[in-house]
Design a protein around this ligand. Sequence first.
Ligand SMILES: [Zn+2]
Length: 137
Amino acid sequence: MGVDLNDFLCPVCLDQVEDLKQTFINCRWTQGFWLKVSQWCDLNVSNFYSPDSTLDWIDFKWEKRKERRLIELIFIAYINIIWEHRNGVSFDKKETSPDLAFSKMQDDAYSWISNRANKIVIDRSLWFQSLHKAVSL
Ligand SMILES: [Zn+2]
């Protein structure tokens, strides 16, 4: 009887021991997903170092409250999709491509904003093309 080291590996890529940094930043799947999100948001950053530092960066970059809340909401949708994907692979053996996950994240974020922020009106078709086309940031 022994400990199976595979039980500690990231269930998504099986490359590294799973921890927060692996799941949300270093995992190959997460990096592919982040690339899609950063292109859509037109962010000039190749990666981020931790969820904490990203929230600090959001506060710094977007001074206006409305813009900051929008970006924070997208970031929450982003984290949520990574966690859903990780659990889907772990418990249901269900793989989702970064492209499909990205579409779902856009859809989730759009629904959350449309239903919660009644002062923000966003064109749905522009939203899926480019965040900056849909919202003037
Ligand atoms: Zn991984």
